[in-house]
Design a protein around this ligand. Structure first.
Ligand code: ADP
Length: 443
């Protein structure tokens, strides 16, 4: 830098010196001095113009020849530019390697900016999700993947669990979507083809479903004969045996029914169609059946509806989930126990609570309670006609509705089972309500 400054001053002084000497010799000192200064300025301007011309070129090839300070400046610029070009080459090769490796990935990888627009994706995203580089770049992702379940998933604040959905291009391909946030509100979407895994799972489910289905006919025949025999005059010992056999076949029938329901629930992660379910009507019907189940045990069942909002979903599935919870509360609590069923809605969503003041469940059982065939008290459960599948069915139905089951229980105090529904599964569409007599309070 110092060298350039000296060179510049040196060239200026040389021009002045030549101007002064020539001026003295010719007797026009000041005129020659001014001419020398003008010549020096013209010399500098011509170099400046050449540098600017070179810099404005697309392709910065060899710099123009120059001496002195301009030569140094051009050398410096050229070196800087070469260093920049090397760095760019390096970065480009890193990007190329990244693109090649992500293109080789079988999973679809998509980068989405903070506005939800598509920024970049790999080749698998084109084959699995049908994205097209020309048509879809900078488009909103939810305008391309429009399935309402995906849109709901994408709009979530936290992506704790992945979403399973058929590929928009090939319905027979099941994709597992997971999203991770990074940078300043950007998101990385990975879609994995899990069709193979799904097929294996389906084979297992199909086996359970087929076995259960095959058991249904022989069981119906057995029960039919047993019922005819019971009505006939047999010695007391045989009659008792027949009654027990009939009871056990009935249990087996409920077990088969529950197994079939479970395998149907397991066959897909979401309800296929969502309709507004008239919640007050549904709950009133279940409460009426629960009163019948309680019979002489005279449970005091109180239904409280704190909201007019309903749930979007499958009525039959919700009915079997809610009735499992409410019937459990009747079956596992002593006569005259109090049952409180409450439906309420807040900013977090809808909450259906089934609370009893029964014997409660020890806390170490709670994490395993929704497992298939898990029972707290084997003897008591079979005595009450339980299959051990009830809460497992509840969990599956709720998961298919994007909801979660919370279980609170204290030994000697009672239990509370709460179904938490997300806000987007609620609706306030008016549904006509048929009449059911019950003890209900509206708030
Ligand atoms: P089951 O079909 O045998 O009733 P569930 O899956 O419905 O099976 O329930 C699992 C276990 O949880 C039951 O065996 C029972 O011991 C316990 N349980 C469920 N609900 C209650 C309740 N309200 N109070 C006490 N125990 C309960």
């Amino acid at each position: 830098m110092y060298r350039s400054r000296y060179l510049l001053i040196y060239s200026l002084l040389s021009f002045i010196a030549v101007g002064a000497v020539v001026g003295l010799l010719l007797g026009y000192f000041f005129v020659c001095l001014v001419i020398a200064l003008l010549a020096w300025s013209a010399y500098q301007i011509s170099h400046f113009v050449r540098v600017m011309e070179w810099l404005s070129k697309e392709d910065l090839s060899e710099p123009p020849q120059a001496t002195g300070a301009w030569g140094d400046l051009l050398d410096g610029l050229y070196r800087l530019q070469r260093r920049h070009r090397d760095k760019e080459k390096n970065l480009r090769s890193i990007i190329l390697r990244f693109q090649q490796s992500s293109a080789a990935l079988e999973d679809a990888v998509v980068i989405i900016d903070k506005k939800g627009h598509l920024e970049w994706w790999n080749r698998s995203a084109e084959t699995l999700l049908g994205l097209s580089f020309k048509a879809d770049r900078h488009k909103s992702l939810i305008n391309i993947l429009r399935d309402p379940r995906f849109v709901r998933f994408f709009k979530k604040e936290h992506y704790t669990e992945p979403l399973e959905l058929a590929s928009p291009l090939h319905p027979q391909v099941t994709l597992q979507y997971s999203i991770t946030r990074f940078g300043d509100g950007d998101r990385l979407l990975v879609a994995r083809d899990i069709s193979q895994l799904k097929r294996l799972e389906q084979t297992r489910q199909l086996f359970v479903a087929n076995a259960s289905h095959e058991l249904r006919t022989p069981l119906t025949v057995l029960r039919g004969y047993l019922e005819t025999f019971i009505d006939q005059d047999f010695p007391a010992g045989i009659k008792r045996a027949l009654l027990q056999m009939s009871g056990q076949t009935q249990r087996m029938e409920t077990l088969v029914k529950d197994l079939l329901l479970l395998s149907r629930l397991e066959s897909s992660q979401h309800v296929s169609d969502e309709y507004p379910v008239n919640l007050p009507y549904l709950l009133k019907r279940i409460v009426r059946d629960a009163n019948l189940l309680s019979g002489e045990k005279s449970h005091r069942i109180h239904l409280q509806l704190n909201s007019n909002m309903d749930i979007l979903g499958q009525e039959t599935e919700l009915q079997s989930a809610f009735s499992n919870l409410i019937f459990n509360a009747v079956r596992y609590t002593p006569p005259e126990s109090r049952l409180h069923i409450t439906w309420s809605v807040d900013t977090n969503g809808g909450h259906l609570s089934v609370k009893d003041n029964g014997p409660g469940i020890e806390s170490f059982h709670l994490p395993r309670l929704t497992e298939r065939f898990y029972r707290v008290d084997e003897g008591r459960s079979s005595e009450t006609g339980g299959t051990g599948l009830g809460l497992s069915i509840v969990k599956h139905v709720l998961a298919r509705h994007g909801a979660k089951l919370e279980i609170k229980s204290k030994l000697g105090v009672g239990s509370e089972f709460i179904c938490h529904f997300p806000v987007d599964m609620l609706t306030d569409v008016e549904i006509e309500e048929p009449e059911v007599d019950n003890n209900i309070s509206h708030h």
